[in-house]
Design a protein around this ligand. Structure first.
Ligand code: ZN
Length: 293
């Protein structure tokens, strides 16, 4: 019997670079996904261009985290209405989900009026990829979804998923060892995007500068963070690439805290299957460099 030719690989779109990296790993040797937030922008302030809408309209499979994180995709995905298979990875089996943090200098309700009206504070935190165990659960969900749409390649998806999982497990061991010396050291992050990473590795994140990256903190919040840095003797205050406020300098003035930069959404990294590994290693290196005494 003549073997049937493999069907054309499905057109796949991924929302953001960390998700796309895992999808690309599962699709390696088959096809490449396109990415909506592929450049240096923050997913929190991103808005869709016509070319992004076109990619989405031609997609057969769309991977995203889900409602809440990628606000720019909510309407366009609803508009797709059954024309593509939409896979919210936040629903992947075996994910450990955490709620956005509240209280202290995470989401302080006694802040300015605008922040007070912010309604997202009790939602599930969407930065799920920063826990490597979650990344492994997502790889498995990605492989399952692609295999259903493109059964001709299901063996290849499963094979790629297996080797990607093994690589993430090895990465996890490496990062655990690397972070061990700094687990107790308190630090302040730019936005509350790190708790999956902190929880998994037992790090001591003590608060965030902003409640949401698209709005700067008011004077009252700045004061509260400064007090927190002083009282905890926080080792570091971390900025992010798109948000380099002079504020970080203001916050550490008169304290012993150092500054560093973290890029939890990989905005500065080239897209591709290695991005996930570079992202996790980059966070680890920058945390370690700044936090070590
Ligand atoms: Zn974020």
């Amino acid at each position: 019997m003549v073997p049937l030719p493999a069907a054309a690989a499905p057109k796949v779109v991924a929302s953001i670079k960390p998700i796309a990296s895992l999808v690309e790993g599962v699709m390696e040797g088959i096809a490449k996904p396109s990415i909506i937030v592929g450049g240096g922008q923050s997913l929190h302030t991103f808005s869709m261009k016509p070319s992004d809408a076109k990619a989405l309209n031609n997609a057969e499979v769309v991977f995203w985290v889900g409602e809440g994180l990628e606000a720019f995709l909510e309407k366009p995905i609803h508009a797709l209405a059954g024309r593509a298979r939409v896979v919210p990875l936040i629903d992947a089996t075996g994910l450990r989900l955490l709620k956005g943090r509240e209280g202290g200098v995470w989401d302080e309700h006694a802040d300015d009026h605008e922040e007070h009206q912010h309604e997202d504070h009790q939602e599930i935190d969407g930065h799920i990829w920063l826990d490597p165990a979650n990344a492994i659960a997502m790889v498995s969900a990605i492989s399952a979804a692609l295999s259903e749409v493109d059964s001709a390649n299901s063996i290849n998806y499963a094979k790629n998923a297996k080797s990607l999982t093994a690589r993430i497990e090895t990465l996890d061991v490496e990062l655990k060892q690397s972070l061990a010396p700094v687990v107790k050291r308190p630090f302040i992050v730019f936005h509350d995007g790190y708790q999956y990473f902190e929880t998994h590795y037992g790090l001591n994140g003590a608060g965030s500068i902003t409640v949401s990256p698209d709005r700067m903190p008011g004077a009252k919040r700045v004061g509260a963070i400064k007090d927190k840095i002083q009282s905890l003797q926080a080792a570091c205050v971390f900025a992010e690439p798109q948000f380099e406020p002079k504020l970080v300098q203001t916050l550490i003035d008169g304290t012993t805290a150092k500054t560093g930069t973290l890029d939890p959404e990989a905005s500065t990294l080239p897209a591709g299957p290695e991005l996930y590994f570079n992202l996790m290693r980059g966070l680890t290196k920058n945390l370690r460099n700044c936090l070590q005494p």
